[in-house]
Design a protein around this ligand. Structure first.
Ligand code: APR
Length: 235
């Protein structure tokens, strides 16, 4: 089986009803990144940050994977697919994707404030009990916090993602503005000669000389088009 690596961003989940970050009306117009997505913001006002992610979790429970997520999962019958996602939602998994690397953490998981990457402290919430409160403790006794990689924090899974990208036979990028590193830099690890496809209705800041087939459509229509193109390209 050919190895397909797919890098996804917020645009992948837009058709499920989760807003993106940087499009007009996006989350970063409604909230300040520094307040809700940095360790400094959390230290300043933890309640605001806990509430923000409690809300995000509640919203996630109310949405479903879109056709794009489903078509991507269906490709696993023909390809060895690894999804590298910047998204913290679980819509890839709920659509049936089996190998998903969450670079920026997972919304449904919570962890220790003292050592967020201590596996003994990471646990998964259920849709029924998806809120955390000030005073809730992790296994190490520290305040429970969202298992989210905030700006300024290390991205522990990037090495694993690079290893996957370096072995790709086909590389696909879906719904990311490629503004955030190290995720955006993964493109630089795609082996020479490997075809690259981009699904995004808008123009993306493509800081690479690499040729790319841009499918200018949303995630669902774009995935359907990709599946047609893969056949044409004999991939
Ligand atoms: N289908 C596909 N792509 C879409 C759709 C759609 N229906 N609608 C919008 N897009 C595209 C936009 O054109 C844009 O290129 O999705 C992209 C969304 O970009 P951002 O909002 O910047 O999201 P993303 O690239 O995932 O952000 C990266 O930034 O704030 C952080 O940690 C957060 O993981 C996130 C990271």
């Amino acid at each position: 089986m050919k190895k397909m690596v797919v890098l996804t961003g917020a645009g992948m989940s837009a058709e499920s009803g989760i807003s993106t970050f940087r499009d007009s009306g996006g989350l970063w117009e409604q909230y300040r990144v520094e307040d809700v997505a940095t360790p400094e913001g959390y230290a300043r006002n933890p309640q605001l940050v806990l509430d923000f992610y409690n809300q995000r979790r509640k919203q996630l429970g109310e949405v479903q994977p879109c056709r794009g997520h489903e078509l991507l999962a269906s490709l696993e019958s023909a390809y060895d697919v690894t999804v590298v996602t910047q998204n913290v939602d679980n819509l890839h998994e709920r659509a049936g994707s089996r190998r998903v690397i969450h670079l920026h953490g997972e919304l449904m998981k919570v962890t220790s404030s003292r050592n967020p990457n201590d596996v003994r402290c990471i646990r998964e919430l259920t849709p029924e009990h998806c809120e955390i409160a000030w005073g809730d403790r992790a296994a190490d006794g520290s305040q429970l916090r969202p298992f989210i990689v905030w700006f300024g924090e290390a991205v522990p899974l990037i090495e694993k993602a690079i290893e996957e990208v370096e072995r790709a036979d086909v590389f696909v990028v879906i719904g990311t503005s490629l503004n955030v590193y190290p995720a955006a830099g993964l493109l630089n690890y795609v082996p020479e000669g490997v075809p690259v496809f981009l699904i995004d209705p808008n123009t993306v800041g493509w800081h690479s000389s690499r040729p790319v087939v841009h499918i200018r459509k949303g995630a669902s229509e774009g995935m359907a088009e990709l599946i047609r193109l893969l056949k044409n390209y004999n991939l």
